[in-house]
Every structure is written in structure tokens, then in C-alpha cells.
Design a binder for this molecule. Sequence first.
Ligand SMILES: Nc1ncnc2c1ncn2[C@@H]1O[C@H](COP(=O)(O)OP(=O)(O)OP(=O)(O)O)[C@@H](O)[C@H]1O
Length: 298
Amino acid sequence: MSTFIEAERLSLRYDDVTALDEVSFTLTGGKIYGLLGRNGSGKTSLLSLLAGYRKPSGGTVTVGGRPVFENAEVTGQLCLVRGTGDAAVSGLKVKELLEFAEHLRPSWDAGYARELVDLFELPVDKNAGTLSHGKQSALGIVVGLASRTPVTMFDESYLGLDAPSRYKFYDALLAEAMAHPRTMILSTHLIEEVSALFEEVLILDDGRLVLHDDAEALRASGSAVTGDAEQVDRFVDGMRVLGEKRLGRTKSAMVYGELDADRRARAQAAGLDLGPLALQDLFIHLTEPANAHQGETP
Ligand SMILES: Nc1ncnc2c1ncn2[C@@H]1O[C@H](COP(=O)(O)OP(=O)(O)OP(=O)(O)O)[C@@H](O)[C@H]1O
């Protein structure tokens, strides 16, 4: 199935709350997409529309050119894992829940599911609803990965996972994306941890899409300038500074825009380090109330 995803002026309202406001984008598919946004920015709302869980209040969303809502041919190819999964309400044992997931997904890989169950040390005979928060998240991740659906979405699936388990998830996701390329969308606000996985990034703010771009291009769209605070201040004077951090006499300033050879030589002469822009800094800058809704560039 083609996983070309197209949203056209997509809106979702809950009574008087506009959760998504005329969001438009095209995802060509076969990549790992990062969906970023602060709490309440509309990430879950957008994923529920992409998964066909809800009907848009306005606009359209299609996968492979076909509308998603109430279209079983399309929704059978999609898997959305929400937060800690839906394990708590199922009343099923872990192994029964996995059998149920297998029954729903023609693309399910049972051998891979067993490997992941071992990786996350899930007790298969335990009632899924009695698992710890983190283990329920891990179960959701197993369902999402082993489903091998052409479009797989993880809505803040790291919730409750401890750091070692989160890194197991990131490693498994990357290995899976390389071995079985498919469209994966991850919503998160733990940006620094996962940003290296993203090939494209979408940032929502207050129900609007404020940025959609290639992750590499974003990292290259600016620089982190680090060194002696006075030298940094002198160097960035007149440039567009997205954010700053200071530790004692050392300062790091995130600047937007390409640095030409002359600027780079000046940085070197002043003993300053130049690194790529961190997606997290761009995210914070774009979603700060003072900077909100200013279009597709920082
Ligand atoms: N069922 C609902 N009824 C009414 N309002 C809702 C409902 N679900 C979400 N909202 C509202 O819609 C807006 C977007 O919420 P959404 O859950 O999509 O954001 P989010 O980016 O996923 O947030 P978070 O990171 O906190 O999970 C918020 O203002 C939220 O309060």
C-alpha cells in the first residue's frame, strides 16, 4: 500500500475547543517522522485523525489517496499506539492481548513479537491491566512494532518507561526502520533523546502546524556557538539568536542562518566551537508564546 499521507486544511473541534486548525501537509512515507508540540498543542488529536479514530470537523486526510475515516481497507494498514497502550482496559493477559493484536493485523510478525517481549521482559501470563505503567508502555510498543503495519504511529509511547527501556525502544525502532522500512510517526516532547531518529519533523503549536521540514536541513539551518561568554556575545551580535545557555563563563548561543567562511574563520580565531542546531532549541523557540504562529521558518 502506498503510505503517501496527505492532510488538507484538517481541523478538529471538541465543542468550543479547536484542537487542530486547518493543518495541511504531505508525508511521502517510508520514513521516521517526529511530531512535536507542547502539551495540548494537538498531537493526539492529529494522530487520532490519521488513524481514523475520529472524524475531521473540517478538511481531509488520506493515506494512499484514500480517506481514512470509516475505511477499513485503510485503517487495517494503520496502527496507533497511544501512551501506555490500551492494555489497562482490556482485562486480558499479555499473551492474549498479543494474540488479539495478531488477529487484527495481517502483517503481524509473531516471531518478532516474541523477541520484543523478551527484550522488554514482559510477563506473558500476567493480566495486562496489572502491569506497571512502564511495562504497559512497553507492551504498546511491542504491539506497534510487531504489527508491521505500513503506517505505525506512537503517541508518546515512552511514557513511564525508564531510561534503559527508552533506549531499547529507540534502538529497536531504528533497527526495524532499517530492516523493514515503513512510515513511523512518533509524537514526543522528549526531543533531544529521539531527535537523531527523525528524518522529518512536524511541529504543532496551539493546533497549527508551525514547521514541517527535513530534520537534517533543520539542524543545518543554524549553529550552536559555544565558548567564552564574552566572545560568544561579540560573535553573535547582530545575528538571530534562538536561545542561550550559560554555565559559569561558558556560554552556548543558538543562532539561526548559515555561517559563511568568513564568520567560521572568525569563530575559530575567537576559540569558539560551532555545532549543529539542536532540534530542541528550535522547538522551544518556535513554541514560546512570544514567537508563536510566525509561519514556517524560525
Ligand atoms: N476529548 C476532548 N474533549 C475536549 N477537549 C479535548 C479533548 N481531547 C483534547 N482536547 C483539547 O484539545 C486540545 C489538543 O489536545 P491534544 O490531546 O490533541 O494535545 P497533545 O498535543 O496531544 O497534548 P499532550 O502532549 O498534553 O498529550 C487541548 O486543548 C485539549 O484540552
